[in-house]
Design a binder for this molecule. Structure first.
Ligand SMILES: Cc1cc2nc3c(=O)[nH]c(=O)nc-3n(C[C@H](O)[C@H](O)[C@H](O)COP(=O)(O)OP(=O)(O)OC[C@H]3O[C@@H](n4cnc5c(N)ncnc54)[C@H](O)[C@@H]3O)c2cc1C
Length: 452
């Protein structure tokens, strides 16, 4: 039995093997993918196997006022699941059940399943769970719910919250509550489930979700538009979005393309300023309209294919962009969003920041959503470059806010953007946020000291 009172209480309340204190294993749970963030060291990792395990953990945590950092797969890009010194890291990786009800077109899932596993399980019934972060093969559905994850097809089919019918949540004091249910429409009382979607582990632990499913869409055709100037590609996006809803509309600028080319050559010429990839599941008329919009906006080359394999290759390259740019140096990953008409201004603004701060900022993005990931890249060993990168990171958020945008479209606030949240919310919404946090977590044990 452990001597530390918190560890002793955890071990007494939880099944054997659930509480992990081996420092080598615990070390693997310190960081998420926000690699520039200094993470703390957990006192223990609880690998919960059931809602009851989560409840027992939170009862112990609230008895001893110990911080709890809930963790899915740790692919978050903003430090949301990065450990706090002395915390209990509550991992959901072993909570992996799924039940599909094809007649009701819903799946009831535990949080530890990967997004790709949910997709594969429902596909066996001819159904589709749309939200598809680029990280879908490695991130958990619990993490998707807690960050309200977006992705590539969200431009047409919506983000995670649009697929949540019901949730089971364990509150800070260990009580479990069911919110929503299995019906498509439900307006009984406040929509409390939506409060937990995107709350990044600060209000409760999501232990089960009932997700809405759709019939599988038709195979996707693809348009690839190449531009000499990335701002022109932004103009193509605004034109496309003014009249249609493509199945995906993704952008990579020249620097991002070059980073991917180094890992997976695509034979795209060296002088390309941007590649816009549009997809459609409604057929050739929409593909032609997207191609025409690219041409009108000044594309230097446009190609259309209805071969899903070719489209997958291009989208695969786009999905690889973040890890490929990470090979070039340390990266502060932006996640800003702007209203669609402001896309060209955002791209131009990021370029101006890059020049002003003498810092490389390749741009990729879910362009159809106006959600971009300028990748502020720097040499961590160079103190001056590190300082400039930090300032550039702040500047990009200021550009987005000045255009009526947001500091984060899908990755969440975490630790990376915590100091900028107030600038977006304003005084009253910040106070409201703190009131909600205090009501649900009066001891401030759930992911404390992150953004709320
Ligand atoms: C290469 C790459 C590409 C990416 N592309 C996208 C993209 O296209 N779209 C996108 O949205 N994201 C993307 N991400 C970011 C990341 O994958 C998502 O934020 C994902 O939703 C995180 O899931 P996770 O299981 O890894 O969560 P974690 O990183 O473990 O946790 C994320 C947050 O959720 C909280 N949390 C986790 N599980 C629970 C739970 N059960 N209850 C309560 N809180 C919980 C954590 O405390 C933390 O605050 C990408 C990441 C990488 C590395």
């Amino acid at each position: 039995m452990a001597e530390h009172p918190v560890l002793a209480a955890l071990e007494a309340q939880l099944p054997e093997g659930v509480v992990v204190t081996d420092p080598d294993v615990v070390d693997g749970y310190r960081h998420d993918r926000a690699l520039t963030i200094e993470a703390g060291r957990p006192a223990a990792v609880v690998r919960a196997t059931s809602t009851a395990d989560v409840q027992a953990t939170l009862r112990v945590a609230s008895r001893f006022s110990v911080p709890v950092v809930t963790r899915g797969a740790g692919t978050g890009l903003s430090g949301g699941s990065a450990a706090i010194d002395g915390c209990i890291t509550l991992s959901t990786e072993r909570m992996r059940s799924i039940a599909v009800d094809p007649a009701a077109m819903v799946a009831t899932v535990q949080p530890g399943l990967l997004n790709a596993e949910v997709k594969a399980a429902v596909a066996q019934h001819g159904l589709w769970y749309p939200p598809d972060p680029s990280s879908f093969e490695i991130c958990s559905i619990g993490g998707n719910l807690a960050t309200n994850a977006g992705g590539l097809c969200c431009v047409k089919y919506g983000v995670t919250t649009d697929y949540v019918l019901g949730l089971e949540v364990v509150l800070a004091d260990g009580r479990a509550v069911r919110l929503g249910g299995r019906t498509i429409k439900d307006v009984a009382g406040y929509d409390l489930k939506r409060l937990f979607v995107g709350s990044e582990g600060t209000l409760g632990v999501i232990t089960e979700a009932t997700l809405r499913l759709r019939p599988k869409p038709a195979p996707l055709g693809t348009v690839a538009g190449m531009f000499a100037d990335v701002v022109d590609s932004g103009r193509a996006v605004t034109q496309i979005m003014a009249s249609m809803r493509p199945g995906a509309l993704e952008l990579m600028d020249g620097a991002a393309i070059a980073a991917v080319e180094r890992v997976r050559p695509m034979d795209i010429g060296p002088a390309v300023g941007a590649l816009l990839i549009g997809q459609s599941d409604v057929g050739s008329a929409e593909l032609s309209a997207m191609a025409e919009a690219c041409e009108k906006a000044g594309a230097t080359f446009v190609a259309v294919t209805e071969d899903p394999g070719e489209g997958d290759l291009l989208m695969g390259a786009r999905r690889m962009a973040i890890p490929c740019v990470e090979r070039l140096g340390a990266v502060l990953i932006e996640d800003v969003g702007v209203p669609i008409p402001q896309i060209p201004a955002l791209i131009a603004g990021v370029r101006a920041v890059s020049e002003r701060r003498d810092t490389a900022i390749p741009i990729i993005g879910h362009a159809g959503d106006g959600n971009f990931h300028p990748l502020v890249t720097f040499d961590r060993g160079d103190a001056d470059a590190t300082l400039r990168a930090g300032t550039a990171f702040d500047d990009v958020m200021e550009v987005a806010l000045s255009l009526g945008g947001t500091i984060t479209g899908e990755h969440g606030v975490g630790m990376l953007k915590a100091s900028h949240l107030g600038a977006q919310l304003g005084a009253v919404a910040t106070e409201l946020t703190r009131t909600i946090k205090a009501a649900l977590d009066p001891q401030n044990i759930l992911n404390p000291g992150k953004w709320v």
